[in-house]
Design a protein around this ligand. Structure first.
Ligand SMILES: [Zn+2]
Length: 309
């Protein structure tokens, strides 16, 4: 194996090969490997930051997707009261229902959808976003959005909360990312993290079609143990850790299993009718399974609150 563990430099052992991008159709096959020392799982070959930046520019540039039926329906749903009810049932993995006070920084705030929820629920919310077009949209909603990398970001005013909603698994150096957050937080500050759980039952059931491999964008694949470990190494203590299994992630995994082929974008993932129907069926029929998976630590998403040690 050409790479060593990105956290501890120890050798890696292969756990799954032939993993491919099931969303956009990037042709390269990847391997999932596990560190023989610290058990952290990672995507191999590890892309470097330059390659990742190019991939984000090419595939994560959602302005081309504006005003499609899928995005219009999604926006309508998120702005409706139904969305709150849905989050209460399906699980709130982006802290959209969290209420409180204090200053908050949303890392990777995109177009500011989360910022609106945080502001409406009492927080003084700012964002950090590298994609200039997305940052402009968020600024248009009246938010302060910093265009810097987290590691390069400095501020006089520290934050009470930093949000990493599905961000940490994208980082080539999660420990450095958390250390940077540590410096940005007030003494009683908290980091709120959500990220996929590599111990998910969906990973076991669907293998390389699990939607949250999301290679090559997901560089690291955390389990509850490896996530706790990186938090501890960066001087954070876990206050709360729960698991959720969003019906959207289950339906995307099923659609990937049915339709994804290497080198081809999976259009079905963006079909509003197909996705909505599957989500309702899954939530309605499989709820005991989703609930049980979360209970035994095999849910699909970890939702964590950690404070400074
Ligand atoms: Zn390691």
């Amino acid at each position: 194996m050409e790479n060593n563990c990105l956290a501890c430099r120890a050798p890696l052992g292969k756990v799954m090969d032939g993993v491919f991008d099931t969303r956009f159709g990037i042709e390269t096959p990847y391997v999932i490997a596990k560190c023989k020392n610290c058990n952290l799982e990672q995507t191999i070959p590890l892309p470097n930051q330059g390659e990742l930046n190019e991939l984000y520019e090419q595939y994560y540039n959602f302005s081309g997707e504006r005003n499609t039926r899928y995005t219009q329906l999604r926006a309508k749903f998120i702005n409706s009261f139904l969305y709150r009810i849905w989050l209460a049932i399906d699980g709130d993995i982006s802290f959209h229902l969290a209420c409180g006070t204090g200053s908050l920084l949303d890392v990777g705030c995109n177009e500011g959808r989360g910022l609106e929820f945080y502001k409406n629920h009492g927080y003084s919310a700012e964002g950090l976003e590298l994609n200039s077009r997305a940052a402009e949209v968020a600024r248009g909603k009246g938010f302060i959005v910093h265009g810097s990398t987290l590691e390069g970001f400095t501020t006089e005013n520290k934050y009470d909360v930093v949000v990493l909603s599905n961000v940490l698994e994208h980082s080539l150096n999660p420990e450095d990312m958390l250390r940077a957050i540590y410096r940005l937080l007030n003494p009683n500050g908290q980091v709120w993290i959500s990220c996929p759980n590599s111990q998910s039952w969906l990973r076991s059931a669907f293998g390389r079609f699990w939607i949250n491999w999301h290679v090559p964008f997901h560089v690291v694949h955390f389990s509850p143990d490896t996530l706790r470990e990186v938090l501890k190494k960066s001087q954070f203590e876990v206050v709360k850790m729960r698991q959720e299994t969003p019906a959207l992630w289950v339906s995307h995994t099923i659609l990937a299993r049915l339709f994804a082929k290497p080198g081809q974008p999976t259009r079905q993932l963006r079909s509003a009718v197909l996705v909505a129907t599957l989500i309702l069926l899954i939530r309605g029929l499989l709820f005991p399974l989703l609930w049980l998976g979360n209970l035994i630590q095999r849910g699909d998403c970890m939702v964590v609150v950690a404070c400074k040690m």
